[in-house]
Design a protein around this ligand. Structure first.
Ligand SMILES: Cc1cc2nc3c(=O)[nH]c(=O)nc-3n(C[C@H](O)[C@H](O)[C@H](O)COP(=O)(O)O)c2cc1C
Length: 213
């Protein structure tokens, strides 16, 4: 069975609409109990420690992977390496990713561990894997109706690509409350993603979901 890493990023935890949709989809696929091929990282409920000077020093001084200062980074990268697919439910905070997810990125993007520098730029060292990102926002952030910039989508696409993850698709859940149409699209996208059905075909029919693809 495919192993899934689920990153929950909302400060609302289990009451977050994005997280609840993912949990329901995982339950429907029988992926909600213990001992199943699912790792859940609750980045807001169990926050990662802020970056320390020792970590920054180890990162920028080619310290060996076994350096204790890199332990958290090692654990998070290993979790990512062990998964066959990645699922992220994140709110938009001030036009980009929330701080909790940014911290995960700061631990996972590590030179000579998850990416390397080449004359052409940074190249990922991790295996590519299907990734679905559910973006929850109070206002519309994609398409012609958006009245705010969306730095989240290009930023997350770029950072994931930096470590080698290119097969990333986004589904948006805008509004307060989220419209039924968007909720249904997200449910269908999640079901397709977990069933390994061709999500691209589904997203092509869903203007709300594919506005930033
Ligand atoms: C600190 C903070 C910043 C936010 N910034 C934005 C923003 O830039 N754009 C937006 O549309 N919504 C913004 N929101 C609204 C959240 O995206 C929204 O409350 C959240 O996505 C709710 O989803 P959830 O229930 O899944 O957590 C912000 C909320 C907070 C708490």
């Amino acid at each position: 069975m495919k192993k899934t890493l689920f990153l929950e990023c909302s400060p609302f935890g289990n009451t977050s609409s994005g997280t609840r949709l993912v949990q329901a989809a995982l339950r429907e696929r029988g992926l909600a109990g213990d001992d199943l091929p699912l790792i859940t990282r609750s980045l807001a409920a169990e926050p990662l420690a802020p970056l320390s000077a020792r970590y920054a020093q180890a990162l920028t001084s080619a310290a060996p992977d076994s350096d204790p200062a890199l332990a958290v980074s090692e654990r998070l990268i290993s979790e990512l390496e062990a998964c066959d697919r990645l699922l992220i439910a994140t709110p938009m905070h001030n036009f980009t990713v929330p701080a909790a997810l940014k911290l995960w990125i700061d631990y996972v993007l590590r030179i000579e561990r998850s990416f390397t520098n080449t004359p052409e730029g940074k190249v990922g060292l991790l295996r590519d894997r299907p990734t679905l990102v559910l973006v929850r926002s109070g206002g519309i952030c994609t398409g012609d109706a958006a009245r705010q910039p969306d730095f989240l989508t290009p930023y997350l696409r770029h950072t994931l690509a930096t470590v080698g993850i290119h097969r990333v698709q986004f589904v948006y859940l805008p509004g307060q409350p989220v419209a039924d149409e968007a909720l249904n699209q997200a449910r269908r996208a999640l079901a397709a993603f977990l069933a390994e059905a061709p999500l691209a075909a589904f997203l092509a029919e869903a203007p709300l979901a594919n506005a930033q693809r």
